[in-house]
Design a protein around this ligand. Structure first.
Ligand code: GNR
Ligand code: NI
Length: 172
C-alpha cells in the first residue's frame, strides 16, 4: 500500500482529458494495486472521492466513499451519465484545491453507468452527496475543476491564495 502524491491547481496536468480504460488493464495486478493505493490516499486525506487524474493517471476511473463509517468503497470505471434531474447547491472542496470551498450547482439526481474494478457493468441512480461527488469526479476526468464554475476573478483569488499558502508552507 502507498500514499500517492495529489496534483494541485493550477498544475496543467489536471487539465488532461483522461482516456477510456481498456477492461483488460483491470486484470493486471498493478492496476488493482493502484486502485487500493487510491483508496488509501483518499481515506488518509481525508476525502470522499479521488479521480485518477488527481494522481497523474489519465484514465477514466475514480474511487468514492461517501459513507460516514468509510465502509462503502465504490469504483467507477468509464462512467457515463444517462439521466439527470433537478438541481442542488453544495459547498464543494477538492483535494487538488486544498483549503478552498465554494458553492456549486449540479444535478440533484443522476443515473450513472460504469464498470466496477473487475470490469463488471453496473448502473446506479443516486442523489444528494453521492450524486455531487460522482459529478465532481467525472469533471476531473474531463480536465475540469470545481473552481471553473467560479468567476474568473474568484478563480484568480483562489490561485493567489494557494500560492501564498504554499510560500508560507515552504518557509516554515
Ligand atoms: O473530499 C472531497 N469532498 C468533497 C466535498 C464536496 C464536493 C465534492 C467533494 S470531492 C472531494 C475529494 C476530491 O477532490 N475529489 O476529486
Ligand atoms: Ni476534486
Amino acid at each position: 500500500m502507498a500514499l500517492l502524491p495529489i496534483l494541485e491547481f493550477p498544475d496543467p496536468r489536471l487539465r488532461t482529458v483522461a482516456a477510456p480504460v481498456d477492461p483488460a488493464w483491470l486484470a493486471e495486478p498493478a492496476t488493482q494495486q493502484l486502485i487500493d493505493d487510491m483508496f488509501e490516499t483518499m481515506y488518509a486525506a481525508p476525502g470522499i472521492g479521488l479521480a485518477a487524474s488527481q494522481v497523474d493517471v489519465h484514465r477514466r476511473f475514480m474511487v468514492i466513499d461517501v459513507s460516514e463509517e468509510r465502509e462503502r468503497p465504490l469504483v467507477f470505471v468509464n462512467p457515463t451519465l444517462s439521466a439527470h434531474a433537478g438541481e442542488q447547491v453544495y459547498q464543494e472542496g477538492c483535494l487538488s484545491v486544498p483549503g478552498i470551498f465554494a458553492d456549486v450547482t449540479r444535478a440533484n439526481e443522476i443515473t450513472v453507468q460504469a464498470l466496477d474494478r473487475h470490469g463488471q457493468p453496473f448502473e446506479l441512480r443516486v442523489d444528494g452527496l453521492l450524486a455531487v461527488c460522482i459529478q465532481h469526479e467525472m469533471d476531473h476526468l474531463d480536465g475540469k475543476l470545481f473552481v471553473d464554475y467560479l468567476s474568473p476573478l474568484k478563480r484568480e483569488m483562489v490561485r493567489k491564495k494557494l500560492a501564498k499558502q504554499r510560500r508560507q508552507h515552504d518557509a516554515a
